[in-house]
Design a protein around this ligand. Structure first.
Ligand SMILES: [Fe+2]
Length: 285
């Protein structure tokens, strides 16, 4: 009995593999560069906050984060953001930092692009690491406030709604600024629920133990920006954004939501991680 081994052509296999990879890689690359970065998505989530007042059950926050505005590239995307926010008509809009990438001259253009957004109880913004690295503090305040937003960096404000108080504060960027939680929580009255805008998510671990904190809103990670399906996650994790990459987290009575954000850093690409506005509906326990 004779056995004949099938002849395997390595050349043919490698040619097929190359064609296969090209067949997946080229469309994926086109999708990641030309389609997904412009494909705005809306994420809706209900969060039950144990200390949230019954009178404010159903309070809706729209989170816009990490716009990293690129003049000349992002105008259509921002038009979609504005349109979506107008349709949603939220109670509050929270803009959690990284307005620019690395060019301070894009700050006034960002401010113009997002000028006069409308929400029942206002638009509140706090800075991200890129803003603090590349823009002067007084310019940040001037431009953001000129756009009709309240700029909170190591500061807080009390909102009086339907006979209830809520305290909203913003911390300076952990990575790029001079965060001072003591100042950020100044003016908070015991028992008042706290919504904290903190660009980088990882300080949640310490903040929820050291300060009253009902909900922290963060961005910074871009949800990974380019995620790898099956393998699951991010190729690169960013400083102060390693523990909480995307989504909803809870520790004791404190909660954290990390948004995917709108824009991009590096190449203008996103994959399996579309630009996002998060609509968070707060429920009393
Ligand atoms: Fe960012």
């Amino acid at each position: 009995m004779s056995s004949q081994r099938p002849k395997i052509s390595l050349k043919r296999i490698s040619r097929r593999s190359t064609l296969g990879l090209l067949g997946i890689g080229v469309p994926s690359g086109i999708w990641a560069a030309a389609i997904e970065p412009n494909h705005l998505s809306i994420t809706r989530k209900e969060l039950i906050l144990p200390r949230w007042p019954k009178a404010l059950d159903g309070f809706r926050i729209a989170q816009v984060t990490d716009v990293h505005f690129r003049p000349g590239d992002d105008e259509k995307l921002i038009a979609k953001v504005r349109e979506a926010l107008a349709l949603e008509s939220p109670d509050l809009i929270a803009v959690t930092g990284d307005f620019v990438i690395d060019d301070p001259s894009s700050l006034p253009e960002f401010a113009r692009a997002l000028k006069d957004l409308s929400a029942t109880h206002g638009v509140i913004a706090s800075p991200g690491n890129h803003d603090r690295w590349h823009c002067r503090s007084h310019n940040l305040k001037k431009e953001i406030e000129g756009a009709g937003m309240t700029f909170l960096s190591n500061a807080g404000t009390n909102l009086h709604i339907k006979g209830e108080n809520i305290f909203v504060n913003g911390l300076d960027s952990i990575w790029g600024g001079r965060p001072n939680p003591t100042r950020a929580w100044r003016g908070h009255q015991k028992g008042t629920p706290v919504l904290a805008l903190v660009h980088e998510p990882d300080p949640f671990d310490e903040l929820h133990q050291s300060h009253p904190l009902d909900l922290q809103l963060s961005g910074h990670t871009h949800g990974g920006q380019c995620r790898v399906p099956i393998l699951g996650y991010v190729p690169v994790k960013v400083k102060f954004g390693r523990k909480f990459i995307y989504g909803h987290f809870q520790k004791a009575d404190s909660q954290l939501f990390v948004g995917r954000g709108i824009g991009t850093v590096g190449l203008r690409v996103r994959f399996a991680c579309a630009p996002e506005i998060a609509i968070l509906t707060l429920r009393s326990a």
